[in-house]
Design a protein around this ligand. Structure first.
Ligand SMILES: [Zn+2]
Length: 466
């Protein structure tokens, strides 16, 4: 990964000042009143007080009075396509919910995925996300190039994306959960994943698109697909992602089929390592957490989805104490209809306080850290993203905290995490605005909403056989 060029004297500068600054650096430094100087696509300076007045080539100077600036939020787990299957199977646990929805999901095509991508990503970006991961694992035969369709739709929004190219090859006839018509062959999934990586993965500093290899879960993929996906990812130098230890039922499934729990199964198939991150990790014992810490395996903590599907409470404080990298995830919007990450800061804090550590489980600053720096580490981008420090990419959010919802809370990070979802006045990706005054800058939100509604209706008709 090349280091960023230092800005030359002609580089255009963007200044934000008179606002609180939560840097999320290694000391969680907060400047009650501070400034940022952005040069090109990177952060040039961060500090207390106003910005220097004699800076050259300042093209925009923002008075951030009443605001808090933080690093852009990083979403580490999602399934964008589910934007058009929200509000279904609302009172089910994971396995029943999957069985209810797989037949509908298996009918998805390129226009549906494009509309769902803009809905999912647009909603998150409007709420302060600047980097998102989508784990897409439904590739029906004859559906066209879904990876290209998704990347084109996502590019229009302007955020950074890790597309985790998923796969399923264990249908019902092989003891898996998905219907047989919804799965790929092992070889077909591997070839398509390799082609997607070769075509689209960009490992450069400031990249907008990363690919990852991402077989769906132990109960929907073969052992061979897990093993060979790990070999493929390591041969190509990309990261690996899957679902792990989400429910008690998954644990039972693994013991019955493989004679061991999920974490031991992942270890035997090459799926623990500092190039791996896993969604959920709710049902982890001490030995499992030790194995993640020992190997540097990351976790995408998805508190709202875990509550929606009654999966349980992940042991996030224990993971952090052991040194496990942890980020936050929305998860697919069929199990988290709001589809926002900024509310997950609050939910992660509140839900973990219902666990063993009670009020000591997480603080507001730790929750913000999970949603920024933690997520950047989990996605393998700690050198570029996740904190406001000179040399890092200018991905940041200006939250409005002087309105009715927050003005009486003195500490800005407390207001952001404990308070209502804060309005986003400005959000930048690489120094370029993706949100201004609470709205996406590059797409028409009403048009995105209409397309999502129309594609959701078309999918419902097709799934009903109409
Ligand atoms: Zn998921």
């Amino acid at each position: 990964m090349a280091a960023p060029a230092s800005p030359d004297s002609a580089t255009e500068r963007f200044v934000i000042e008179n606002c609180a600054v939560a840097t999320v650096d290694s000391h969680d430094t907060v400047h009650p009143t501070g400034h940022l100087v952005i040069a090109g696509d990177t952060i040039e300076a961060v500090g207390a007080g106003p910005a220097p007045e004699d800076l050259a080539h300042v093209t925009r100077r923002i008075d951030g009075t009443g605001h808090l600036v933080t690093p852009g939020l990083v979403n580490t787990h999602h399934h964008f396509y589910q934007w058009i299957t929200r509000g279904l199977a609302t009172d089910h646990n994971l396995f029943d919910w999957l069985v209810a929805l797989y037949p509908t999901w298996a009918r998805i095509d390129a226009p549906m995925l494009a509309a769902a991508t803009q809905g999912s990503l647009g909603m998150m970006v409007r709420g302060g996300v600047t980097t998102a991961c989508d784990h897409h694992y439904v590739f029906p035969r004859g559906a066209g190039d879904l990876v290209a369709a998704e990347l084109a739709a996502a590019a229009a929004i302007g955020a950074r994306l890790t597309l985790a190219r998923g796969s399923m090859d264990r249908g019902e006839k092989d003891g898996g959960l998905p219907p047989d018509f919804a799965v790929e062959t092992t070889e077909g999934a591997l070839l398509a994943t390799e082609e997607a990586i070769d075509t689209h993965h960009d490992a450069s500093f400031g990249s907008l698109v990363h690919l990852a290899a991402a077989p769906c879960s132990p109960f929907s993929v073969s052992t061979e697909l897990l093993r060979q996906s790990a070999e493929l990812a390591r041969r190509k130098g990309v990261r690996m992602h899957t679902h792990g230890s989400e429910t008690v039922e998954e644990e039972t499934f693994c013991h019955e089929l493989f004679g061991m729990g999920p974490t031991a199964y992942f270890e035997t198939t090459g799926w623990l390592g500092d190039d791996v991150w896993m969604a959920h990790c709710v049902h982890m014992n001490d030995a499992d957490i030790d194995a993640f810490a020992r190997t540097g395996t990351g976790v995408a903590h998805c508190p709202s989805s875990n509550a929606r599907l009654a999966a349980g409470i992940a042991r996030v404080p224990d993971m952090l104490a052991a040194g496990v990298p942890v980020g936050l995830g929305v998860d697919g919007t069929a199990s988290n209809e709001s589809g926002e990450l900024h509310t997950e800061l609050r939910n992660a804090l509140l839900i973990n306080r219902l666990g063993a550590h009670k009020e000591a489980a997480l603080t507001a600053r730790k929750a913000l850290r999970l949603g920024t720096r933690g997520g950047a580490r989990v996605l393998g981008r700690a050198a570029e993203l996740g904190s406001l420090e000179p040399g890092k990419l200018a991905d940041l959010v200006l939250w409005k905290l002087d309105g009715l919802a927050h003005s009486s809370i003195a500490d800005p990070v407390t207001a952001l995490v404990f308070g209502a979802a804060a309005p986003v006045t400005l959000s930048l990706v690489g120094g370029r605005p993706v949100v201004e005054d609470g709205h996406l800058t590059r797409v028409d939100e009403d048009a995105v909403a209409r397309a999502a509604r129309d594609e959701a209706r078309r999918l419902t008709r097709i799934a009903a056989g109409g």
